[in-house]
Design a protein around this ligand. Structure first.
Ligand code: PEP
Length: 258
């Protein structure tokens, strides 16, 4: 993980209004500053709901801290009659660095498939932002021992059509569905097994340079206590954090690993 700049991303999901978002980001900035966090050593990004992005932007812009921010989803369309959708260019204009695409909750509750996720990843890249492309197996697949195949196929499909350079500058998040929001975290060995397999798949399908450069995160019930052993794995380049990212101290403690 040393060759790549680690990334710790906090997915707030559908929590916090714009005022609460301000409080959380201010506190996070304060704690990271207090701990003298080195942002060149480990990138930190928050991923609030769309309605909080502007508030987060005003705090982060005015701060010496280099906290980045991103969105939880993006439209596959560029503009037009798509009520309720948010385009990649709108997010880029707001200063977003990242967009989470293909989160398991969107795959499960909104029927998103790999092809749609790949289009969203492409739109994100074309707008100058970095997609965080999520993959991960459910419990049945894990029990059947088919998790590696499941995840490598998801990466193939969810990054389909991207060039080696585009894959290299993307982020992949391995998030086993059975670990998301359940308190059940994968072992460091489980995380490493799949992250390594995903990197090897990138080498096979795109290029070995893309595999060297692409950052692969683990996500699923990461807490300050479990983060260090997982993030110390050679093919794990950081974490995508849900629940624990809503607490500034806990999230900052995860960020402080590096
Ligand atoms: C997530 O939803 O991306 C996630 C990892 O959630 P949690 O940390 O709450 O399991």
């Amino acid at each position: 993980a040393q060759k790549r700049t680690p990334l710790i991303a906090g997915n707030w999901k559908m929590n916090l209004n714009h005022q609460e978002a301000v409080v959380l980001v201010q506190k996070l900035a304060w704690v990271l500053q207090d701990k003298k966090h080195d942002f060149d050593k480990a990138e930190v990004t928050v991923v609030p709901p769309f309605t909080d992005l502007r508030s987060v932007q005003t705090i982060v812009d005015g701060d010496r801290m280099k906290i980045r921010y991103g969105a939880q989803d993006v439209s596959v369309h560029d503009a037009g009659a798509y009520t309720g959708e948010i385009s990649a260019s709108m997010l880029a204009k707001l200063g977003c660095s990242y967009v989470v695409v293909g989160h398991s909750e969107r795959r499960e509750y909104h029927g998103e498939d790999d092809a749609l996720v790949a289009t969203k990843a492409l739109k994100t890249l074309q707008a100058g932002m970095t997609p965080i492309v999520c993959v991960g197996e459910g419990l049945e697949v894990r029990k059947a021992g088919a998790h590696v195949t499941h995840c490598t196929e998801q990466v193939e499909g969810s990054l389909a059509g991207l060039s080696p350079d585009q894959v290299a500058s993307s982020v992949i998040a391995y998030e086993p569905v059975w670990a998301i929001g359940t308190g059940e975290v994968a072992t460091p060995e489980d995380a490493q097994e799949v992250c390594l397999a995903l990197r090897e798949q990138v080498a096979k399908t795109w290029s070995s340079q893309a595999a060297e450069r692409v950052r692969i995160l683990y996500g699923g019930s990461v807490k300050a206590a479990s983060a260090p052993a997982i993030m110390a794995q050679p093919d794990v380049d950081g974490a995508l954090v849900g629940g624990a990212s809503l607490q500034a101290d806990e999230f900052a403690a995860i960020c402080r690993f590096y």
